[in-house]
Design a binder for this molecule. Structure first.
Ligand code: SD4
Length: 295
């Protein structure tokens, strides 16, 4: 496909993160490559202390520690990831440093944090007063029950196609609120929360990470597209791999977005309420996803 037909650049991201997606779109329009545009985009939410599911201000685990997970994947197939990181806000950028500055793909916990300082990242207290208050409130009757579609925001996963037609992505989260200490979800797991194949397309997931991991959701979507499905069909099949095996899917949300090499976009989720952003031709739209549960 000629690049002109593709109408690149394109940025898409999970949920209604208008400013984050606009930032990625602006960066792409200036000619910034897909991975750096995606990292610039998601960092808007990592820095946003009002967002209680990503970066600084994220909800803590049940012991009061804010631990962040993130990964990035580039168009050449390289990737980097950090899991269970404390005191560092911009963990997607840190995941890129793991990719470019170490011989590894994934760093965890204190090792990731020490690496961040060696790279010039600064320590920050990620637990804001309001997240602390909400956690203290939760402690009064602690029940672990991830809620569906809270305030239309959650983990931010972003996929970008740059002016050269190359695809890359980033995914960053504080994980599920009041998770067990040490719990890691799908978001930093290459193939689960995010997967890119620059010949085919990319996918990202959000929602109950345990279910996404069990089905290696993002990798699955890219492979389904490789085998001829559209991004929409592939997202639907990946959601149904989960609903077919679970009789309790009413209790959790899963949502995927995907893009192929031609710039076609798809999205599907279990429950009504998931939206995603799409930036193309200078237009940044919030789009409602189709969903599996119809009633
Ligand atoms: C996780 N998938 O840690 C993330 C959280 C999320 O909507 O996306 N919630 O499991």
């Amino acid at each position: 496909m000629a690049l002109n037909d593709l109408k690149a650049p394109i940025a898409i991201c999970t949920w209604g993160f208008v400013a984050a997606n606009a930032k990625a779109g602006e960066e792409l329009s200036k000619g910034i490559k897909a991975l750096d545009a995606a990292i610039a985009g998601v960092s808007v939410e990592e820095d946003n202390i009002k967002n209680t599911t990503v970066g600084k201000g994220g909800a803590p685990d049940r012991e009061g520690n804010v631990t962040l997970d993130a990964c990035v994947m580039d168009s050449n197939g390289d990737c980097g990831s950090v899991v269970c990181v404390e005191n560092i806000t911009n963990v997607a950028a840190l995941a890129k440093r793991v990719m470019t500055e170490t011989p590894h793909v994934m760093l965890a916990g204190s090792g990731a944090e020490e690496f961040a300082y060696s790279q010039g990242f600064e320590s920050d207290n990620l637990l804001t007063d309001s997240s602390k208050k909400a956690w203290e409130e939760w402690l009064k009757s602690p029940e672990y029950k991830p809620l569906i579609n809270i305030e239309n925001h959650d983990t931010i996963g972003m996929l970008c196609i740059d002016k050269d037609g190359d695809i890359a992505g980033a995914c960053t989260t504080s994980g599920l609120s009041y998770k067990m200490k040490g719990r890691v979800g799908d978001s930093p797991i290459i193939g689960s929360g995010l997967f890119i194949d620059n010949d085919i397309g990319g996918a990202v997931g959000t929602g109950m990470g345990e279910e996404i991991m069990k089905t290696v959701g993002s990798f699955l979507i890219v492979e389904l597209m490789r085998n001829g499905m559209s991004p929409q069909q592939a997202c639907e099949e990946a959601v149904q791999r989960i609903t077919r095996k679970n009789d309790h899917f009413n209790d959790f949300q899963i949502a995927y977005i995907a893009i192929n090499k031609s710039g076609d976009v798809g999205s599907y989720c279990i429950h009504k309420g998931f939206t995603y952003m799409k930036y193309q031709n200078g237009k940044n739209e919030n789009i409602h996803s189709d969903h599996y549960v119809k009633s």
